[in-house]
Write a new protein. Structure first.
Length: 280
């Protein structure tokens, strides 16, 4: 929470520097990108699960979005739960730091668009952790599972769930007063032997982009841009080169790092050329 607190304040300073010093002559846009899953209640008829899904979103996306896109301060769900659990743990004040009034004014509205990284959806349910358990998960009071019918990927956490993309885009529109949105990452991974005929990635992009289209046409979401993750296979955090997200395969054992287009690269380039789905 301390790191997140400083990150939000640092973001605001960067935005103001650009706004005051460079915007007039460069005419650029500057903002923040937030990574978020969509959270669906595990049991849509259970009120506790419905509330757990909302908490999941407020603790993940809302943690950073609420101060920047709403009022300069954290959402009430986080403030209340973390304060109550902190006091129950014998602390004098909340483990979630507080912004001063001047900081809130400095932070509020420091965006030109909403940058979103999105990959997958989870099913959430309520968990009542003992008061002594001191963690992000226990503060959130929600756990997540996935549906066994959802398609797998090369990453254990990434299930193919296109429907959640539209729902998340619509939620951002409604929650944050219809900001212009740029999807800065969306894609799917594979593991194992070389297979350039990556039909599952083509299926992923077709399905997810179609849900983004529904969000625009049917829900009125102000979606300005979409970026696939990623052009080439790359170094993926703690899993290194084992998980491949690229539209182009990279041979990391060859010092020349040769690149070869996967079938999904051709499909994606068709979408770009047609500015839409290719006419069958």
């Amino acid at each position: 929470y301390v790191v997140g607190h400083n990150l939000i304040k640092a973001h605001a300073e960067a935005w103001h520097v650009y706004n005051e010093t460079y915007r007039a002559k460069q005419g650029g846009l500057i903002s923040i990108t937030i990574n978020s899953d969509w959270a669906e209640p595990r049991n849509p008829h259970n009120q506790e699960d419905i509330e757990a899904a909302q908490r999941y979103l407020q603790f993940l996306l809302g943690w950073f979005a609420h101060p920047i896109f709403k009022n300069g301060d954290y959402n009430e769900v986080m403030k209340t739960r973390i304060r109550e659990r902190s006091l129950a743990q014998g602390l004098k004040k909340s483990r979630l730091p507080e912004f001063t009034e001047s900081e809130k004014q400095r932070i509020k509205g420091t965006y030109d668009y909403f940058g979103l990284n999105h990959y997958t959806t989870v099913l959430t349910y309520n968990v009542n952790y003992p008061a002594g358990v001191l963690s992000y998960d226990s503060d959130r009071g929600a756990a997540s599972v996935t549906d066994r019918s959802w398609l797998n990927s090369g990453s254990f956490w990434l299930k193919v769930t296109p429907f959640g993309f539209r729902k998340l885009l619509r939620w951002i529109k409604e929650e944050y007063n219809d900001p212009p949105i740029y999807v800065t990452e969306n894609g799917v991974s594979e593991r194992g032997a070389l297979d350039l005929n990556d039909t599952w990635r083509t299926h992923y992009y077709r399905s997810y982009i179609n849900e983004a289209l529904k969000a625009v046409v049917l829900d009125g979401v102000d979606l300005r841009g979409y970026t696939a993750w990623t052009l080439m296979d790359n170094f993926e955090w703690a899993v290194g080169y084992d998980e491949r997200f690229g539209l182009y395969h990279v041979n990391f054992t060859d010092p020349n790092l040769p690149r070869h287009p996967k079938a999904s690269a051709r499909f994606y380039s068709q979408i770009i050329n047609c500015n839409g789905f290719p006419d069958p």
